[in-house]
Design a protein around this ligand. Structure first.
Ligand SMILES: *Cc1c(COP(=O)(O)O)cnc(C)c1O
Length: 360
């Protein structure tokens, strides 16, 4: 069967060459006589894979010295709890900027451990913009300030990072990690679930500045304790060995393709093609304030639910799947992560034009 273009927000597309490489090594990994799925995480053959994954990720992401990189289970949502458990132990207050569902959930989780100040929010406008970061009054003695760099459901992204002075900036980059250059040194903690722009589900990558380790709440569960995980190479217990292996393959593929700068250029071109098509259409529109439009998750609506539904079905018939928007927004959402080729976006744009011609 032919592969479809999968516009899912996550888990999402993985480049076929990566999947084929994994398939070719599935039964016997190189000369090891066993699958990666069967390897003990304590053996040399697996530790080689782990070390390679770690160093490739550091290289592709441009993680500077002075940062630990952790591969943890539980996805991004587990980190919603791990962040306050590891950091909210000084003034026991933290600032959150509420720019979407996941930012809101992270703030709600943190309230269990201290005082959360929602210092800015676009919730009342159904998250169609990012608050102007220069206008936000951050709390000078907060334990950290928290943002979501790209809002997966609403299709917005930060265009400037806030200046929080000596307060560490903590950011959820689950849906735009590795899609554009990011200066890791601007962040105290930068983290992402892996199932959007990297590989399979079931893991989060946490980049944490070393001086922020060791502040954990005494009740912090050991598996959520970043300092303990850093000391144990993220292997306090059995890690997600297969997701770490897939991360290695994805980083190898990214390097071959020219790394983050090459993907950034491609992602800009893909997003431009789709936004231009939406802006040029009489049927489709994008609800987001244009300068905050996401490169990764493009939301659009016809304004009529039945017509949105008909369009999604029309797409599916043409091999363009998972284009239905999140229930909070309705309409459509096309996720254009690194593994979505230009050909997929070109086909989507052609399909939109054909649908509009018949249904406009
Ligand atoms: C998908 C997503 C999450 C949730 O990820 P899980 O791995 O399911 O916990 C959190 N934040 C953002 C920005 C996301 O896109």
């Amino acid at each position: 069967m032919e592969r479809v273009f999968n516009f899912s927000a996550g888990p999402a597309m993985i480049d076929p060459s990566v999947l084929e490489k994994a398939a070719s090594e599935m039964v016997c990994y190189r000369d090891k006589g066993m699958s990666v799925l069967e390897m003990s995480h304590r053996t040399g053959m697996y530790l080689d894979i782990y070390n390679e994954a770690l160093s490739l990720f550091r290289e592709v992401m441009g993680v500077p010295e002075g940062y630990e990189v952790l591969f943890l289970q539980g996805g991004a949502t587990m980190e919603f709890a791990a962040i306050p458990l590891n950091l909210m132990t000084g003034s026991r207050t933290a600032d959150y900027v509420d720019t979407g569902n996941f930012a809101h959930l992270a703030a709600e989780e943190a309230k269990k451990y201290g005082t959360v100040n929602v210092v800015a929010s676009s919730r009342a406008a159904n998250y169609t913009y990012i608050p102007d970061v220069a206008q936000i009054a951050f709390t000078p003695d907060a334990d950290y300030a928290y943002i979501t760099t790209n809002n997966t459901i609403y299709g917005t992204r930060y265009i400037h990072l806030p200046d929080t002075g000596s307060v560490p900036l903590v950011a959820d980059a689950s849906s735009n990690i590795l899609s554009e250059p990011m200066d890791v040194s601007r962040f105290g903690v930068l983290y992402a679930g892996t199932q959007k722009n990297i590989g399979p589900a079931g893991m989060a990558i946490v980049m944490v500045r070393s001086d922020l380790l060791g502040r954990q709440n005494p009740l912090c569960p050991k598996v959520l304790d970043w300092a303990a995980q850093a000391k144990n190479d993220s292997m306090i217990n059995t890690p997600n060995t297969f997701a770490i292996y897939m991360l290695k393959l994805v980083c190898e593929w990214m390097k071959q393709q020219g790394g983050v700068p090459a993907f950034h250029a491609l992602n800009q071109a893909k997003a431009k093609l789709l936004y231009d098509a939406i802006d040029g259409s009489k049927l489709f529109s994008n609800p987001v304030e244009p300068r905050y439009r996401s490169l990764m998750n493009v939301t659009f609506v016809t304004g009529d639910e039945a017509r949105d539904d008909a369009f999604c079905k029309y797409c599916a018939k043409n091999g363009l799947v998972n284009i239905k928007g999140h229930r909070n927004v309705g309409g459509m959402r096309a996720s254009l992560y690194n593994a979505m080729p230009m050909a997929g976006v070109e086909k989507l744009v052609r399909t939109m034009a054909a649908f509009e011609k018949d249904n406009g």
